[in-house]
Design a protein around this ligand. Structure first.
Ligand SMILES: [Zn+2]
Length: 411
């Protein structure tokens, strides 16, 4: 019997302990009085505020969350979020004030302190106070060296300031923290940063140093095309023409869909090394590999026209036009060739017919991440600051059914 009573006693003690623990978790002594910490979360204002937030109604969300925060003035995370909402609304001064007040609270733990500082850093960044933002994020890293939000924001600020070397170090820290799953993305960013360091070296006339940077970029991520272009340009400046040609050709092997970036460089280079026919061969190979390749057709057409074959050039330009009727360059080349042929009436009629039936493209490049549009191909998005996210978007295919919208944009 004694054994059974002992067991019951132990169980009761356990239950009392659990209840006390729960009560401690729920109630907190705030300025001399016990407050129920669950009341704030269970208040209708909190849930309503979250619902408004999900619906994107920021003003209504702020109104409800302010009421919820009034129930428990100690709910740090709620004031943190409110500050962030003011920032998103564009009230940067108000956001800064909210977060500064939070930072002055006594008894903040290390994580709370770091979180409030991250938010303050974001306020400063939004307000354009670059130096203050940088020092806020640096301070976060002193409290919490592995704070990814602080590192990512610091990296973007350093990139904005063209502090490529500092950004490189920051990205290395991020790569280390993220571990293997995120390694390829970091490798690619590091490669773009190496490329920027190379460009900086070119500007300062340090060509050998620049070449090493570009080589390092390719080593980090072989898909970083600007590094090939720039490395070739440096080799050209150093008088190594065959080396330049080799590196440009290598970039075409890596990403044939960006081959057009090297065509303008390769055409005169082939001529100078006495290998003129290679340009035609290259363009034909690109056209065969990707039937929609309009730039290789335009480049080959120009090449043929210069060699005195305007009719063959015109055929290629008409093909190119079917694939990209928006490209002004094609129309200009066509009119140029047409006038060289003295505007034969039936060929002009064909031109008009092709433009009428053409598939329509949107010429601008679009960022796959934030859908920012640009008329030229950019390697870093000026809006979301992501690297290598631009693709060419094609809308409303008129005559053919095959979709060419890149996979990344489809979802
Ligand atoms: Zn973007």
């Amino acid at each position: 019997m004694d054994g059974a009573w002992l067991l019951i006693g132990v169980l009761v003690a356990l239950l009392v302990g659990l209840a006390a623990g729960k009560a401690w978790e729920r109630y907190k002594l705030v300025e001399g009085s016990w407050t129920d910490r669950r009341r704030m979360r269970q208040s209708p204002h909190f849930i309503l505020g979250l619902n408004h937030l999900v619906a994107g109604q920021v003003d209504l969300a702020i109104a409800e969350l302010e009421k919820a925060a009034a129930i428990d003035p100690n709910a740090i995370e709620l004031r943190l979020v409110l500050g962030n909402l003011y920032r998103e609304k564009g009230q940067v001064g108000r956001a800064i004030q909210e977060h500064q007040v939070l930072l002055q609270r006594p008894r903040l733990n290390r994580i709370e302190h770091a979180n409030a500082l991250v938010c303050l850093g974001l306020d400063y960044r939004r307000g354009g106070f670059v130096d203050r933002a940088m020092s806020a994020f640096s301070e976060v890293l002193k409290l919490d060296p592995e704070n990814e939000a602080a590192l990512v924001n610091l990296e973007k600020l350093q990139e904005d300031q063209h502090q490529w070397q500092e950004a490189y170090v920051t990205r290395q820290r991020l790569a280390q923290i993220a571990g293997p799953p995120n390694q390829p993305k970091s490798q690619s960013i590091l490669a773009f940063l190496e490329n920027e360091l190379g460009l900086q070296a070119v500007q300062q006339g340090r060509l050998a140093d620049a070449a090493r940077r570009f080589e390092a970029a390719i080593e980090l991520d072989k898909a970083v095309i600007p590094a090939y272009l720039n490395l070739g340009d440096v080799k050209l400046q150093q008088g190594d023409l065959p080396g330049a040609v080799a590196i440009w050709e290598q970039s075409i092997d890596v990403t044939p869909d960006r081959a057009y970036l090297t065509l303008d460089r390769l055409e005169p280079a082939y001529a100078r090394i006495g290998a003129e026919p290679r340009f035609g061969e290259l363009c034909r190979k690109l056209i065969a590999a990707s039937p929609r390749e309009w730039r290789a057709r335009t480049a080959l057409a120009r090449h043929l026209q210069l060699q005195g074959h305007p009719s063959r050039a015109l055929e290629l330009l008409f093909e190119a036009l079917e694939h990209n009727p928006h490209a002004l360059a094609i129309h200009q080349a066509i009119w140029n060739t047409l006038s060289e042929l003295d505007l034969p009436r039936h060929v002009v009629a064909r031109y008009i017919e092709i433009t009428r039936q053409s598939v329509f493209y949107l010429d601008p490049h679009v960022c796959m991440r934030c859908r920012y549009r640009s008329t030229e191909l950019l390697w870093q998005c000026p809006h979301c600051h992501e690297w290598n996210t631009f693709v060419e978007e094609r809308i409303t295919p008129a005559t053919d059914t095959e979709s060419e919208i890149p996979a990344g944009l489809a979802h």
